[in-house]
Design a protein around this ligand. Structure first.
Ligand code: PBG
Length: 338
C-alpha cells in the first residue's frame, strides 16, 4: 500500500495502519456507544451496621463516611438507599453483650432482628433486605463460630448455630440470608434448617470464596470486635484459586442461590473463573479495607475519589460479578455513568 502524500508533504498514514482503535475513543458519544460494562444501582448492595444501646450514630474512624447506626438512623439510611435505587441492604448487628457462644445471635429480639423488622416493614418492597449469618459480631473471641476445647472453631457445632441464626433472621423478615463463616456444609445445613422452619422460599447467598484477608481490618472496628488469633483454619489462603472453585462448586451443589467472592479487588481472577464454573449469580464484596484504602488516598488528594470509585466498581463488574456489595452503594447509585 502506498501511503497518500498530502500537499503538506507529510504522509497521512506512514505505517499504512488499517486498525486504529483510537477511532472509537474520540468523542464522549463514541466512547459511550461502545462501552462493554456498566454498573447499575440495582446491582449494588449497601452494607449497614446497627448497634444496640447507642443514642446517636457513631462514626467508624477507619471507614470515613460509615457509621454504626441507631435503629432510627438505620431506618433513614435504608430509605436513602431505596430512594437512590440501590438493589439491596446487607445488615450487621452489634450487640451490647458478647459471650463465648455468641448467644445474642439467636435472640428473636436481638438488635439485628429488630433492625430487620424495622427496615423490611418500610423498604422491604423497594429492595432486598439481607442478613449476614456469622457469630463474629456476637462472640467475645471474634471468631465466626463456637470454639472446641483446643480453641479451634468447631465446624459442626457452629453449623447448628448458623441454622438457628438463619431461621431467627428469616422469622424477623430477612429476605436473603448469607452465611459468611466458611464452615464446611453451611449452605446445605442452613437450607434444611430454613426449609424445616417453613422458609423454603428464602434464598441463600454463600460467602463461598472468602479469603483470610488483612482487608477486613476496619470491619473489626465497625462491629466492635477484637479477634483473638487468626482465621486461617477456616478462611482461604490468598495463594489459592482452585480451592475457590472447589468451595463454589460445593456451595452450588448444596443449594446456594448465589455465590460470592470476598475481598474482591485482589481476587478478580477468582470471580472471573467462578462465572465460568457456575450459572447462579456471582456477587463480590468490596470490603472495609479496600474501601479504606481508596478513601484514605483520596482524602490526601493522591487520587481522584469519584473516578477511583467508579473505576473500582466497573472493574469488579467487568471481571464477572453481577452483584457488588459496597460501602459506596447509596452514594454512588446516583453518580454512576449512564
Ligand atoms: C462476617 C463478615 C465479615 C465481613 C462480612 N461479613 C467479617 C469477617 O469475616 O472478618 C467483612 C466485611 C468487610 O471487611 O467489609 N460477619
Amino acid at each position: 500500500m502506498t501511503p497518500h502524500t498530502p500537499s503538506t508533504g507529510r504522509p497521512a498514514n506512514p505505517l499504512g495502519l488499517v486498525h486504529r482503535p483510537r477511532r472509537l475513543r474520540r468523542s464522549p458519544a463514541m466512547r459511550r456507544l461502545v462501552v462493554e460494562t456498566r454498573v447499575h444501582a440495582h446491582n449494588l448492595v449497601q452494607p449497614l451496621f446497627v448497634r444496640e444501646g447507642i443514642s446517636a450514630p457513631q462514626q467508624v474512624n477507619s471507614m470515613p463516611g460509615v457509621v454504626q447506626h441507631t435503629r432510627d438512623s438505620l431506618r433513614k439510611a435504608a430509605h436513602e438507599a431505596a430512594a437512590a435505587g440501590v438493589g439491596g441492604l446487607m445488615l450487621f448487628g452489634i450487640p451490647e453483650e458478647k459471650d463465648a457462644l455468641g448467644t445474642g445471635a439467636l435472640d428473636p429480639d436481638g438488635i439485628l432482628q429488630q433492625a430487620v423488622r424495622d427496615v423490611v416493614s418500610e423498604v422491604g418492597d423497594a429492595l432486598v433486605v439481607m442478613t449476614d449469618v456469622n457469630l463474629d459480631e456476637y462472640t467475645d473471641h471474634g471468631h465466626s463460630g463456637v470454639l472446641d476445647a483446643s480453641g479451634d472453631v468447631d465446624n459442626d457445632a457452629s453449623l447448628v448455630k448458623f441454622g438457628e441464626m438463619a431461621v431467627v433472621q428469616a422469622q424477623a423478615g430477612s429476605q436473603l440470608v448469607a452465611p459468611s463463616g466458611m464452615m464446611d456444609g453451611q449452605i446445605g445445613y442452613m437450607r434444611s434448617a430454613l426449609d424445616a422452619a417453613g422458609f423454603p422460599h428464602i434464598p441463600i447467598m454463600g460467602y463461598s470464596a472468602k479469603y483470610a484477608s488483612s482487608f477486613y481490618g476496619p470491619f473489626r472496628e465497625a462491629v466492635n470486635s477484637s479477634l483473638k488469633g487468626n482465621r486461617k483454619t477456616y478462611q482461604q489462603n490468598p495463594g489459592n484459586a482452585r480451592e475457590s472453585l472447589h468451595e463454589v462448586a460445593l456451595d452450588a451443589a448444596e443449594g446456594a442461590d448465589m455465590v460470592m467472592v470476598k475481598p474482591i479487588t485482589t481476587y478478580l481472577d477468582v470471580v472471573s473463573a467462578i462465572t465460568e464454573l457456575v450459572n447462579v449469580p456471582v456477587a463480590a464484596y468490596h470490603v472495609s479495607g479496600e474501601y479504606a484504602m481508596v478513601e484514605a488516598a483520596a482524602a490526601r488528594g493522591w487520587i481522584d475519589r469519584e473516578s477511583a470509585v467508579v473505576e473500582t466498581l466497573t472493574s469488579i463488574r467487568r471481571a464477572g460479578a453481577s452483584i457488588i456489595l459496597t460501602y459506596w452503594a447509596t452514594e454512588f447509585a446516583t453518580k454512576l455513568p449512564a
